[in-house]
Design a protein around this ligand. Structure first.
Ligand SMILES: Nc1ncnc2c1ncn2[C@@H]1O[C@H](COP(=O)(O)OP(=O)(O)OP(=O)(O)O)[C@@H](O)[C@H]1O
Length: 239
């Protein structure tokens, strides 16, 4: 079996004395597509931020491609794509300006992919030249996804990427994810509350509760073993 590209060991993170992550362990193997599940406030966003080195840990370690996340090389950073749950950055830039800014940072920027997605996802000339702060929530989320996919990352981390998308945009995004991103062997960590989407995309699931991954495994085998729907399993595991 291939070795993990991401190791998290004993992660602890508290806010004002309240433990959100409490000695959490997680391993992610190359090409794995993991759905991260948990109730509101369970700590999914906090975990994702800790995994990417965006939050300082109280204890524990995380490594990605063998490097400590607190000290990632430029080359490793360039292999990661991240869609935050909500991004308020770059509001004063237009989509075209923001994408040009990121293009300059990434050696492997895929112009054809960016143009194709912009066109498919409704970014006409008017929208491409409007301040990001004036875009709708769903338009911003689409832009954030395009930015994260633009450099063909080998590890893609998505924090509730479809929460603001309408059903058409959601279906189109999932198709892109399955047919293009996952097909290429990209490793994906994907948090969502929309279980039907998760069943279409993720092969493995990890349930976060009480600051730890309490259940992780292949989605089909977990469902078969439990003889439950994913929704019922979610209720049972996270309650
Ligand atoms: N910067 C912060 N300061 C204080 N508390 C925080 C901070 N960020 C998160 N928390 C708290 O940590 C807990 C976990 O939050 P987090 O956003 O990680 O949960 P989540 O599982 O992503 O939730 P949701 O499904 O609602 O998006 C919550 O109780 C939240 O209030």
């Amino acid at each position: 079996m291939s070795t993990a590209i991401m190791h998290a060991k004993g992660i602890k993170k508290s806010f004002s004395g309240h433990a959100v992550l409490n000695g959490l362990d997680l391993e992610v193997k190359p090409g794995q597509v993991i759905g991260l599940l948990g109730r509101n406030g369970a700590g999914k966003s906090t975990l994702i931020e800790c995994l990417l080195g965006l939050r300082e840990l109280d204890a524990g370690q995380v490594s990605i491609y063998g490097e400590d996340v607190a000290n990632l090389s430029e080359a490793t950073r360039a292999r990661i794509g991240y869609v935050p749950q909500k991004s308020d950055l770059f509001e004063w830039l237009t989509p075209d300006q923001m994408l040009a800014y990121f293009k300059a940072l990434y050696p492997r920027w895929n112009d054809a992919k960016v143009e194709g997605l912009l066109e498919r996802w409704g970014f006409d000339a008017l929208m491409r030249n409007k301040a990001i702060g004036k875009l709708s929530g769903g338009e911003r989320q689409r832009l954030s996804i395009i930015r994260a996919l633009a450099h063909d990352p080998s590890l893609l981390v998505l924090d509730e990427p479809v929460s603001a998308l309408d059903p058409v945009a959601r279906r189109d995004f999932l198709r892109e994810l399955v047919d293009s991103v996952i097909e290429r062997g990209t490793t994906v960590i994907f948090s969502t509350h929309i279980l039907t989407d998760l069943e279409r995309v993720a092969v493995d699931v990890a349930f976060l509760k009480d600051g730890k991954i309490v259940l992780q495994g292949g989605l089909d085998s977990l469902l078969e073993k439990a003889r439950l729907s994913l929704e019922d399993l979610f209720v049972e595991v996270t309650q």
